[in-house]
Design a protein around this ligand. Structure first.
Ligand code: HEC
Ligand code: HEC
Length: 136
């Protein structure tokens, strides 16, 4: 195998591993997430991690379904703040919708309460698939 190919495969693997084990630690070194539009900006690392693992489980995907690696850095790391993937943008609107359903129709009040024990969440429709089964 050519060295270049090898390097390519290795870096692919690395991204995979990075994505799999990536902590949800804020990346600006200032302890804040930089691109939250729905979740509370000061959400704790633990709550963020749980929220993201729930997405993985309830949609049957991994982080890279919604998130991209950095372009110009060596070694690459995940660029969780980037909105490049349409899947992330859809997921954000789904998140907005799901929070609203819990508030409006199930009388829940705080996002913390909703993240902890929602009445309706991704799984309610998605059943572990990225696209709800049974749709045309
Ligand atoms: C189904 C799509 C989806 C999956 C899968 C997913 N995320 Fe996210 N992630 C999002 C969305 C949407 C946001 C932005 C939420 C907002 O705007 O409030 C986000 C935001 C983040 C952020 C905050 C970035 C910032 O600085 O603004 C981190 C960190 C993060 N995700 C890590 C992860 C990790 C680690 C995984 C895998 C364990 C993961 N995500 C899986 C959709 C996803
Ligand atoms: C009330 C039902 C419902 C809930 C709850 C729901 N979704 Fe969805 N979601 C849908 C439907 C329906 C589609 C397909 C829309 C279409 O095809 O236009 C979809 C599509 C998506 C897609 C795009 C999939 C693709 O292949 O195009 C993503 C990503 C997604 N949802 C993420 C989420 C996340 C994350 C949550 C939880 C925060 C969530 N959804 C909660 C009904 C729901």
């Amino acid at each position: 195998m050519m060295a270049q190919q090898k390097a390519y495969i290795l870096s692919g693997l690395l991204i995979f591993i990075l994505a799999g084990t990536a902590a949800t630690r804020p990346q600006d070194g200032d302890d804040h997430y930089t691109n939250l539009k729905v979740l509370p900006k000061k959400i704790s690392e633990g709550d963020m991690e749980r929220a993201m693992y729930v997405f993985e489980k309830q949609l049957g995907v991994t982080c890279v379904y919604c998130h991209v690696p950095t372009k110009n850095e060596v070694p690459k790391r995940m660029d969780f703040a980037s909105d490049e993937k349409p899947e992330k943008k859809i997921a954000r609107e789904m998140l907005r919708m799901s929070i609203k359903m819990n508030k409006k129709y199930f009388g829940m009040s705080t996002i913390a309460e909703i993240l902890n024990k929602p009445k309706v969440w991704c799984r309610t429709c998605h059943y572990g698939f990225p696209r709800p089964p049974g749709l045309k």
